[in-house]
Design a binder for this molecule. Sequence first.
Ligand SMILES: Cc1cc2nc3c(=O)[nH]c(=O)nc-3n(C[C@H](O)[C@H](O)[C@H](O)COP(=O)(O)O)c2cc1C
Length: 225
Amino acid sequence: MSEFPADPNLDLLGEDTPLLEGMRTARAIRRLKPDPVPRALIRKVCEAGTFAPSGGNRQPWFFIAVDDRKKRRWVADRYRPVFQKYIQPAMDRGKRDNFSDRLMRNMRAALHLAEHLHEAPVLLFIAGFTRRDEPQIQALYPCAQNVLLACRAVGLGASFTSLHRAFGEECDRMLGLPENIPSAVMIPIGWPLGRYGRPPRKSIDSKLFFDEFDPSTLQAERPIE
Ligand SMILES: Cc1cc2nc3c(=O)[nH]c(=O)nc-3n(C[C@H](O)[C@H](O)[C@H](O)COP(=O)(O)O)c2cc1C
């Protein structure tokens, strides 16, 4: 088993980020510098992941932080075409149907990530034990969110992705994961090119109900397809 020692110089990094402000400003950062990230810092954000809740406190997660250049390229070469195939029709539709600038910006950022994935210094995979032969994806998402928030706190850029599942089995073999520990999430991590900031979100007042849901509010609420 590999062990990355904690680095006392990094111990204090991010410890003073206010939790709620950190949550509100943890937007997806998909434009990353290629500069390396210390393994001790990856250890720190993964440790934050381990404080997530899990059913029966089973803690099913494992983290595989890929910083090897050849392996990152291997993943990127498979992620890119899958993503392009997935996003291109949406972008075409966006241009045709005048999708909002916000939506188009988001798609462009996701495409940028796909085209530059090999440059991200770390691809962090989160994998977890299956249960009764079923992947326990839901058990890994709170852990992934904690990692994203920890990245936000220490100033690393990160975003949640899952598209590698399109070549998931092949990817898991490459990572050395056994069949009963499939990966569910891949978080590309690096120093941000842009800045953290509030992501666009609808008002909580259109989302929160006390005691009973009010379906009449749905007229103003169209899910994005
Ligand atoms: C379950 C799930 C799967 C996702 N998969 C991908 C993905 O494969 N690629 C990607 O670029 N972003 C992916 N995302 C990120 C979302 O697209 C991102 O959260 C959304 O664009 C909002 O970004 P924002 O927080 O900056 O507004 C995924 C997010 C979730 C929750």
